[in-house]
Design a protein around this ligand. Structure first.
Ligand code: CA
Length: 200
């Protein structure tokens, strides 16, 4: 297992790194949110251990940015911010787990292993090509995407969105997928949006 530790206190970072490495967990350490984000974006890690009070901001800010890049690496917030509101904010921000300092290393390791097992099981059913994730169990890529979200993603803010423009794009895309026998269809979900899935 390879873990990214984002922690600004040198002593805490060093103690944790030593303890985890003794258990054959590879640890990459970043001392700021910016450095941590740059390393996390490489997508090398099985889990991120994330401090909240970092010199350049609240660590929680990182989580939505990673998710927007389709990086589903499990994140454990590890912080002295122990209030109920803090813990709820951590989980609401998308942390998979929240641990309060001081903590026992053995518990952190157990939680890391638990998260790793869970994400490994879900990943085994998926394959990722570029930013496309295909789910073997459901024979689908992702979820149904709302029409409005597609229009927002495709058009610049100052573009006029004609009511049929998106449908015309989808038709072209379908023809291209057919031309290359991609084995993928774009199914229209009435009044909702589109779903990409294996052609039946
Ligand atoms: Ca800190």
């Amino acid at each position: 297992m390879r873990v990214l530790l984002i922690e600004d206190e040198p002593e805490m970072a060093s103690v944790l790194k030593t303890a985890l490495e003794r258990l054959d967990i590879i640890v990459d350490h970043a001392a700021t949110l910016a450095d941590g984000e740059a390393v996390a974006r490489l997508g090398y890690h099985d889990a991120v251990v994330l401090d909240r009070r970092l010199p350049d901001g609240d660590g929680l800010g990182l989580i939505p940015r990673l998710r927007a890049l389709h990086l589903d690496v499990p994140v454990i917030a590890l912080t002295a911010m122990s209030g109920l509101d803090d813990r709820v904010a951590g989980l609401d921000a998308g942390a998979d787990d929240y641990m309060v300092k001081p903590f026992a290393t053995v518990e952190l390791v157990a939680r890391l292993h638990a998260l790793h097992r869970r994400s490994f099981t879900s990943r085994a059913n998926q394959t990722m090509v570029g930013r496309l994730i295909y789910d073997f169990r459901h024979r689908e890529a992702g979820r149904t995407i709302m029409r409005g979200a597609l229009e927002e993603a495709v058009y610049a803010l100052d573009d006029e969105i004609g009511s049929n423009a998106l449908d015309a794009h989808i038709s072209r895309l379908r023809r291209k997928l057919d031309d290359v026998a991609a084995g993928i269809e774009i199914r229209a979900i009435r009044n909702l949006g589109y779903l990409l899935r294996a052609a039946s």
